[in-house]
Design a protein around this ligand. Structure first.
Ligand code: GLN
Length: 398
């Protein structure tokens, strides 16, 4: 096909698209498939979703709930969300005015940015970060401003954070429990962030998708429940991680009515709606008993501990064990396989275990170069097999 459609020299793609780099996480998935490697790169479970949730999706399809949903979400799931947030966090949500159901947390984040941030404004993002946040800011035409979380503990320096807030700051993105660090923000840390948000009239856009995956007595505290933040927080989460259905693409944003209205406007024209039968199944999932979440967290604790052992046997000792979510960021320079990208590629090709290069979670080149991220949202048997493969590294240095 001819490459030239317009006047010579005129770019055929937008500056926004050109600024987006390919997702390194999904690139590593492709490499894993190519080399038949165990995919500990992209975080998605290889075990089944709960039976009753799967049955609810099948039932919804058989009941012919196969047409467009209500744009901002089927009533059933919005009501289930209101019940769940009241039950778990004591939050009061109006299902008619405070909820927009989206195609995954990914769309909710982009909808929140495009809906609530103007081009040229700034969005504060903690690094290391999940790579989608910078892209969401870019799509909104906003500029990301990074504040670094440091080990051990992955906390922030209060003065550095305060200095990031300015006249142009519109929002701060908060991911707790966090990807890729496993950081669970404490009430004290949230209070510091909240004070700055209030002082500068800034919104918090939170990604709480790992809300039910916490360990060692850590508690997930939604930013919206921190005093002063109820009216300035957009709470984002999804079915994906809590019910092991990352391919269903059902997420949501919960926010005060004016912000919800803005997100709904964007959502309406971008996707019209999230898949109807999966929303109906979501209403069933969201009503699972407390025991379900205890089992989910206990299952992930077992996987975390197994994975920490597997890594230790390969000579990898993360400075901070994850307190939540299902990722481990660890220094990998001891392996002697080169920088993060070379290490992640060598592990995928030669050892048969895929991981993500640490630099894809940082804006600055330095700190990620020695790190790689493993996801352990896999069956114990899969993690044990990964352990057998990684053991080659100590047995037979490459
Ligand atoms: N959140 C998952 C991860 O960080 C999946 C990313 C994706 O591909 N959407 O690995």
């Amino acid at each position: 096909m001819a490459a030239e459609a317009g006047p010579p020299g005129r770019a055929r793609v937008s500056a926004t698209a050109a600024s987006l780099t390919e997702s390194v996480i999904r690139e590593m998935t492709r490499l894993a498939l190519q080399h038949n490697a165990i995919n500990l790169a992209q975080g998605f479970p290889d075990f089944p979703a709960p039976e009753e949730v799967k049955r609810a999706a099948v039932a919804a399809i058989e009941a012919d709930l196969n047409q467009y949903p209500i744009t901002w979400g089927q009533l059933s799931i919005r009501e289930a969300l209101a019940e769940k947030y009241r039950h778990h966090y004591g939050m009061t949500i109006d299902p008619e005015r405070d909820v927009c159901v989206t195609c995954g947390a990914t769309e909710a984040m982009i909808g929140a940015m495009v809906g609530c941030v103007d081009p040229g404004q700034e969005v504060i993002i903690f690094e290391p970060f999940y790579e989608n946040y910078g892209a969401a800011a870019a799509i909104a035409g906003a500029s990301p401003r990074y504040v670094t979380l440091r080990e051990p503990g992955w906390s922030f320096d209060e003065a550095e954070l305060a200095a990031a807030f300015g006249n142009r700051t519109r929002a701060i993105v908060l991911n707790t429990p966090g990807n890729p660090t496993g950081k669970v923000f404490t009430r004290e840390e949230l209070a510091v962030i909240a004070r700055l948000c209030e002082k500068h009239g800034v919104l918090a856009i939170t990604d709480e998708i790992y809300e039910h995956i916490v360990y060692d007595g850590a508690r997930h505290i939604p930013m919206a429940t921190v005093p002063g933040m109820e009216d300035r927080t957009i709470t984002i989460s999804a079915l994906s991680k809590s019910y092991s259905v990352t391919g269903w693409r059902v997420g949501w944003a919960i926010a005060p009515p004016d912000l919800t209205d803005a997100i709904r406007r964007v959502h309406d024209f971008v996707t019209v709606g999230a898949p109807t039968p999966f929303q109906e199944a979501g209403a069933v999932a969201l009503r699972l008993p407390d025991s379900y979440y205890r089992q989910l967290a206990a299952g992930y604790l077992e996987r975390r501990d197994l994975m920490l052992g597997v890594l230790a046997a390969a000579g990898l000792r993360p400075a901070t064990a994850p307190a939540g979510a299902y990722y481990i960021m660890t220094d990998a320079s001891v392996l002697g396989l080169g920088d993060d990208t070379a290490t992640a590629r060598a592990l995928t090709r030669k050892v048969g275990v895929a991981a993500v290069p640490g630099s894809s979670f940082y804006a600055r080149a330095g700190p990620g170069r020695s790190k790689i991220r493993f996801s352990y949202s896999k069956k114990l048997a899969t993690l044990r097999e990964a352990g057998r493969r990684l053991a080659q590294l100590t047995a037979d240095p490459m």
